[in-house]
Design a protein around this ligand. Sequence first.
Ligand code: NI
Length: 173
Amino acid sequence: MTIRPLSILPAPVLRKLAEPVITVDDDIRQLMNDMLETMRHEQGLGLAAPQIGVSLRVIVMDCSDEDDPEPMIWKMANPEIIAASDDTARMEEGCLSIPGYRGEVTRPAAVEVKYLDEHGKQQQMQADGLLAACVQHEIDHLNGKLFIDYLSRIKRDMIIRKMTKDARIDRDG
Ligand code: NI
């Protein structure tokens, strides 16, 4: 497993529609494992492939709880929300691609997701609570959508402006 460099806002790959995975092969499994390694290194709960510069529909999540011995690790190709609850939940979110910023996002409180697992097998997952927010956040990444898009326009534009300025400083020294 390899830790890969993160794509940070305003990297254009974060705004692209990611391509579906055709076959879950060794390359995709390698990608999933690298993503898990990168996510853990950065202490995130979830990561989408565009966040390491790969425009493919792959996400990983680790919502393991210290109090719960059962590991809660997911590796998903082509995840798709097939049902969402009418009731919503508001949660504070952050993103490894937008370091230093957080914001309150309202999403369906529970979702059902279908996906291909690391063996290419069709699976379904029901999620609520933190996991529901996490999987929706990661699937958004595959559609070029970021949590800041749910914030007020003023707040979103302020974050984009600051991050763009920081990127310029990093580049130009
Ligand atoms: Ni994110």
